[in-house]
Design a protein around this ligand. Sequence first.
Ligand code: ATP
Ligand SMILES: Cc1cn([C@H]2C[C@H](O)[C@@H](COP(=O)(O)O)O2)c(=O)[nH]c1=O
Length: 207
Amino acid sequence: MQGGSVKGKFISFEGIDGAGKSTHIGFVADFLASRGKTVVSSREPGGTPLGEKLRDLLLHEKMHLETEALLMFASRREHLAQLIEPALGKGDWVLSDRFTDASFAYQSGGRGLARAKMEALEQWVHPDLQPDLTLLFDVPLAVARQRLDATRTLDKFEREQADFFEKCRSEYLRRAAQFPERIVVIDSTQAIEAIQVRLADVLEKLL
Ligand SMILES: Nc1ncnc2c1ncn2[C@@H]1O[C@H](COP(=O)(O)OP(=O)(O)OP(=O)(O)O)[C@@H](O)[C@H]1O
Ligand SMILES: Cc1cn([C@H]2C[C@H](O)[C@@H](COP(=O)(O)O)O2)c(=O)[nH]c1=O
């Protein structure tokens, strides 16, 4: 799924807020390191100094939905140029807490921006590169809300209503059905240990 000169592997982590992505990134990094891989963990929006400034705006400022989509892809463009592509070129494994599936889920699914606009941005920003594997942590909304409420001060996205997240989740699942060779759906209602057994099984197949 990657461009010709790329040597490492690229794994993205997706799911609605509170689904449990971040909890498992450390496990995946340790698992891959134990198999001799050099691992770079990052996130979107963010992952570079400029991307982190954009993240701060995106998570805290109200803006037009097209501005939001464009800034997500601006952050992504920088992330690809500064971190993802150089790391893959060196043979490193890149783990990204979210990538373009999140834009489809949140800006198209949640906010209602036409999918064709998202596809155009994707074609512009990374026409020849997709993750080798996307782990989609899927939970019913009520479970995600309960986990979030227990832990933190909510950002702009996390304060959205239930309907918004139902639409984000539906779009994620629609994309999983569209790209079954890339996106693996993980039932994130399971206990953390059971999820890790499943992750190890999925990762073995990528090594
Ligand atoms: N399988 C699980 N069972 C029980 N609790 C879990 C599970 N997975 C994650 N949690 C807990 O849920 C909370 C949210 O998890 P986490 O931060 O990993 O979610 P996230 O998907 O990364 O959220 P966000 O996208 O908002 O950053 C944390 O307190 C975490 O310990
Ligand atoms: C990449 C990307 C992210 N988002 C949203 C999804 C989340 O609510 C936040 C990031 O917060 P997290 O705690 O690091 O998951 O940003 C989005 O709407 N569109 C995107 O492309």
